[in-house]
Design a protein around this ligand. Structure first.
Ligand code: SF4
Ligand code: SF4
Length: 375
């Protein structure tokens, strides 16, 4: 892999002071590379392993088979990458300037796309920066073992970040930082360097607040820090391949890719820092587009406009599935009905079923309107 060196070689002995200096340098380089925070932790995750096991036992992962497929590699970093001694955990803010999150949620004819997915895919950018960080370390200490991860392998990224001092687990199960909220990406550099570790972030600031739990449209936050993915709109719109259960469709509103409600209502979100990365700026007006305009994209247009975007992974069929629900939830209008009618014969049975549901929702609203006008 271009961004890794196998963690097999015993690390060249460095003294404690040399390692401490290197840890300071890593944090400075990380910030210079655009990470807002860098922390270092060890590989001990047994408490998190117990939480994960309990969560999986309840089936909260839904269809996300990848959550169980890797056994203990997720919670034991040295099993995933032999030789790993430390994890450098980084975070990068992603909220672009001038996006109107709550305003769009309140306008049911517009589409809401999760704020992290408005621009270019973050995986590539962050992995590249981590590789640059590794290069700088190599220039300082010579060859060393490392591997970079960005939300792409069995890695307990939030647990590692908490242990590295980057924030605490909020009741919405997101990692929260008191000065930056939770709208940031995480990345990790697994390494064989025995660097000094940072203090974990132990003070939890949620207190008596439960705004996220109250705001969740589908009641997916079933306990403090526990999300039942099967009810979560992020899972339903992105991870789930089949039909979206009817019981959640109305609650989805106009959220067509992901959901940020439990973060947007969080009092710490007001400390969100605007990203400095051009790559995260909204593309194709995804922060304000109407449902109808996105529903009109043909497959070639979808593939073209989502090239290099995280949205690409759901594919065209699920894109239409999600937007159909948004249109069913939109206020009644002839234009919405016409857009749905135009997709009624779409080749995919999945899309057709969601379109039929949406048309029925529109019909009910039209009937209501007629009844109100007549009274
Ligand atoms: S992302 Fe949305 S649906 Fe999922 S837990 Fe948060 S508020 Fe609930
Ligand atoms: S909304 Fe309140 S309870 Fe939820 S994560 Fe934020 S501070 Fe914690």
């Amino acid at each position: 892999m271009p961004d890794s060196t196998a963690l097999e070689r015993p690390n060249v002995a460095m003294t404690g002071p040399q390692l401490a200096r290197l840890a300071d340098l890593i944090k400075t380089w990380g910030r210079e590379l655009g990470f807002q925070q860098v922390g270092i932790t060890d590989t001990e995750l047994s408490a998190h392993e117990a939480h994960l096991d309990a969560w999986l036992e309840k089936g909260y992962q839904g269809e996300m088979g990848f959550m169980t497929k890797h056994g203990t590699k997720r919670t034991r970093p040295a099993e995933l990458e032999p030789g790993t001694q430390r994890i450098v955990s980084v975070r990068m803010d992603y909220l672009p300037a001038e996006v109107e999150s709550t305003k769009v949620l309140g306008q049911p004819s517009r589409a809401y796309v999760s704020r992290y997915a408005l621009g270019r895919d973050y995986h590539k950018l962050i992995r590249k920066r981590l590789a640059q960080l590794a290069k700088k370390i190599e220039q300082e200490v010579g060859e060393f073992g490392y591997r970079a991860f960005v939300d792409s392998a069995p890695v307990m990224e939030r647990a590692l970040a908490q242990k590295a001092g980057l924030g605490w687990f909020g009741k919405n199960a997101m990692l929260l930082n008191p000065k930056a909220g939770s709208l940031f990406f995480l990345g990790e550099l697994y390494t064989d360097l025995p660097l000094p570790i940072d203090e974990p972030f132990v003070q939890e600031h949620c207190g008596s607040c439960s705004a996220c739990q109250t705001a969740c449209p589908t009641g997916a936050i079933v306990d403090d820090k526990v999300v039942d993915s099967r009810k979560c709109i992020s899972y339903l719109t992105i991870e789930l391949h089949d039909a979206i259960p009817v019981e959640y469709r109305r609650a989805m509103g106009n959220r067509i890719y992901g959901c940020d409600d439990c973060q947007l209502v969080c009092p710490f979100t007001r400390f969100t820092r605007i990203t400095q990365e051009d790559d995260f700026a909204p593309r194709h007006d995804l922060d304000r587009a109407s449902l109808i305009s996105l529903f009109a994209w043909g497959e070639a247009e979808f593939l073209d406009k989502t090239a290099g975007s995280p949205i690409r992974r759901i594919g065209y069929e699920r894109w239409l599935r999600n937007i159909a629900i948004g249109l069913g939830n939109a206020p009644w209008s002839e234009t919405v009905e016409a857009a749905l009618w135009a997709r009624r014969g779409f080749p995919s049975a999945l899309v057709r079923e969601h379109v039929a549901w949406a048309l029925e929702e529109q019909r009910l609203k039209r009937a209501d309107r007629i009844a109100t006008d007549a009274s």
